[in-house]
Design a protein around this ligand. Structure first.
Ligand code: PLP
Length: 397
């Protein structure tokens, strides 16, 4: 098919040409005396992205899922209790991993479309007088439903009852796109990956661990080896890795970190919020459809999950968009399979790229029988962007 494939799944995201070029390198010795220059640029460069001074960024050769496992097996003892909420496929998978690894899960079942239920977290923590809960897990941005949760409020709930558990946050589809604050929020492990806001191919698990988590890891007896924080932190201190890192990925990361720094994180977050506003306008005002996120307080700035009308299968919209228009949209996962499609709007994006995704979604929906006004989504997004500023604090113009 001629022309570009339009990649609008919420990860992997578009890799900027600059990053692709930075990755086209010959292989080199990862034990050479100059290698630490590259590794330090990456590890130190990640600190402002996590908003941490005292935390240690760690890079594993995995996807985000590997970092979920690392958080659990490094910091907890076998059978330890964790508290988490399930409100989408990703929060489900992390909770499921806890069970499969032999941890005891206190699970807050939450409607898909809502985010972390702070009052219920608080009730569990306050009832746990013996401090049996060793870790509190929260998915900052539930990619399956397009819902963002208030991580700071989870920390406040823990502090308000003086609960000493560790706080683990899945920020895979938020980090580098939606504000995340490791130190301010007292996060002990932040889990992320390379293929979303960091604008890289998949294959790098990017995580950050607090001093408290590293102390816990020293004493924790769960089995782990390849994902051992201690081995990694010890090697990283001298600028090396305990095993062979992916050199092209490190060059890519160094470049994507430079791009985020050049734009400025606050501007990056604002751009995501601004672009998301146009997508939401298309869905709500243009197409008159509902979002999976059930209230504005949950709306995600990195992914929008759009409910298709009754009698329409969301999978057909996605299949049509892909086959006919070369547009990749995100599918409805598990409980919401067939009921929605998702537009990812994170990473290296601007208005006109998103208008392509909106126009393509609109055509695909019309083709499979959704009743909507042709052009209505495109017009609503155009109006939104023309009347809102892409720059922080400036008037539109
Ligand atoms: C993408 C994603 C993951 C991890 O997926 P990988 O495919 O292992 O990188 C985890 N949590 C959320 C919220 C995600 O969006």
């Amino acid at each position: 098919m001629a022309g570009r494939n339009f990649l609008f799944v919420p990860g992997p995201t578009n890799v900027p040409d600059r990053v692709l070029r930075a990755m086209t390198v010959a292989m080199e010795d990862h034990r050479s005396p100059i290698f630490p220059e590259l590794s330090r640029a990456c590890l130190n460069g990640l600190k402002p992205v996590f908003k941490t001074v005292t935390g240690s960024p760690i890079i594993f050769p995995s996807s985000g899922t590997g970092c979920w496992e690392a958080a659990l097996t490094n910091c907890l003892n076998p059978g330890d209790k964790v508290l988490t909420a399930r409100f989408g496929q990703f929060s489900h998978l992390w909770a499921d991993m806890c069970t499969r690894l032999g941890f005891e899960v206190e699970l807050l079942e939450t409607p898909w479309g809502e985010g972390a239920p702070i009052d219920r977290y608080l009730a569990c923590l306050s009832a746990d007088k013996q401090h049996k809960i060793k870790a509190v897990l929260v998915c900052q941005n539930e990619t399956a439903t397009g819902v963002t949760s208030d991580v700071a409020a989870v920390r406040q709930a823990m502090d308000s009852v003086g609960h000493p558990a560790l706080l683990f946050v899945d920020s895979v589809s938020a980090l580098g796109s939606i504000d995340f604050r490791m130190d301010d929020w007292g996060v002990d492990v932040c889990v992320s990956g390379s293929q979303k806001g960091l604008m890289l191919p998949a294959g790098m698990g990017v995580t950050c661990v607090s001093e408290k988590a590293l102390v816990a890891a020293k004493g924790a007896t769960s089995r782990r080896c390849y994902f051992d924080y201690g081995d990694m932190v010890t090697s990283n201190a001298s600028g090396y890795f305990p095993y062979t890192p992916s050199i092209p990925m490190l060059y890519g990361l160094r470049e994507s970190l430079a791009m985020l720094a050049e734009e400025g994180l606050d501007n990056v977050f604002h751009r995501h919020h601004y672009l998301a506003g146009g997508v939401r306008a298309a869905a709500l005002e243009g197409w008159k459809l509902k979002l999976c996120a059930s209230a504005p307080r949950w709306f995600s700035d990195t992914v929008t999950a759009i409910m298709v009308p009754d009698g329409i299968n969301g999978s057909e919209v996605i299949a049509r968009a892909f086959k006919r228009y070369n547009l990749a949209l995100g599918a409805g996962l598990s409980k919401v399979a067939g009921k929605l499609f998702r537009i990812g709007h994170l990473g290296d994006l601007n208005e006109l790229m998103l208008l392509g995704a909106i126009a393509g979604s609109e055509m695909a929906m019309l083709d499979v029988g959704v009743k909507l006004e042709p052009g209505s989504g495109v017009a609503a997004a155009q109006n939104y962007w023309r009347t809102h500023s892409p720059v922080i604090g400036a008037n539109a113009a």
